[in-house]
Design a protein around this ligand. Sequence first.
Ligand code: AMP
Ligand code: GLY
Length: 425
Amino acid sequence: MKVLIVGSGGREHALAWKVAQSKKVEKVYGAPGNPGIAQIGECVDIKPTEVEKLADFAEREGIDLTIVGPEAPLVAGITDEFEKRGLKVFGPSKAAAQLEGSKAFAKEMMKKYGVPTAGFEVFDDPEKAKEYIRKVGAPIVVKADGLAAGKGVVVAQTVDEAIEAVDRIMVEKVFGEAGNRVVVEECLKGEEASYLVITDGERFVPLATAQDHKAVFDGDRGPNTGGMGAYSPAPVLSGEMEKEVQEKVIKPILKGMAEEGMPFKGILYAGLMITEEGPKVLEFNVRFGDPEAQAILRRLEDDLVDVALSAVEGRLVEELHWKPETSICVVLASKGYPGKYEKGKVITGIEEAEKVPTVAVFHAGTAVKDGKLVTNGGRVLNVTALGKDIVEARERVYEAVKRIHFDGMHYRTDIGLKAVKRLKG
Ligand code: AMP
Ligand code: GLY
């Protein structure tokens, strides 16, 4: 089989790495891919949102399965275009992808189908949004309705900060059309967790649980990023809590999507806040998380191609099998990220890092220039490891991290510490 992975980040390298292990797979392609993917497959110079060009390529090359990493092509309708041409693609339709593509849509669906989430109002008019913010006070959360690469959310501690966010999103339009509307919502307190399931539109199977680390600095300080690290499993979601999430979140939303005539196929990702009142949804994503996928895929025993095809073909596998070990992923970022950063810094030490038992390094923002591997993005590399528990996984991953170098490299040193604290009680 030939499998195409759409996207160019660490998540996509992890997907390609996992797919390449399938005995059925003779070739993996990445569009546009990255230097890590190029080591195991072939990279094609097509952007993820060039949906028709991707479908042309898949037809021409005889691609048997396409797995879509990022949200933008899904929201742009890549699945509809591929399916129209009889091509197999793993990911939701354009209509179903609105769960991530429009926060207002997601909130209305949650309201209609009784999924617990923060109280909210939707505004098309900045003045009305500000009036509301002054009325209810801070802390309060302001979210751009559309896609903003994970940066469209402001958790405001003061009314002024929230009003400034409305101006930036709706008046200055820093995220373009994504800021035509805002969702203003109640600020929730608790521990965050990511819960991902794979679904064929009717049934679902959970993926292993994971926890992301969104803030750029240790101790969850500093601005939010796409994610600075993850580990799996996430004990915060163990046992009863996982059941509660399935009953209160996953089942009703999947039922709602089907009832609305847009059954959800692919990966549904619920970003949760585990509050004193139980789990509440912060957001839905319609794809694998990045860097959660890197941690989760390291533990998957099954053939990802079989699993994805079972969802695409509406005959979802009954269960998934996971390595009992704990996995961890630490993101190495460029100086300045998530703000402005420089590119082109020479990267060394990956081979040495991969000599640490169980370590695999996935590429995210890298490029090859004059025969050298250099930085080419904010999140540059993802170092992953397994361990018998989170303590051993952390030891291994940070030993590997020490062996890698590029100018201005920074990373969080506390990935997985919340789980260590739970372990130690
Ligand atoms: P989102 O993209 O909606 O998940 O928001 C990004 C991040 O903002 C989340 O991971 C949380 O850290 C934070 N956040 C979003 N909504 C809320 C909320 N209602 N209360 C507190 N924090 C939130
Ligand atoms: N790690 C968060 C996300 O993929 O949206």
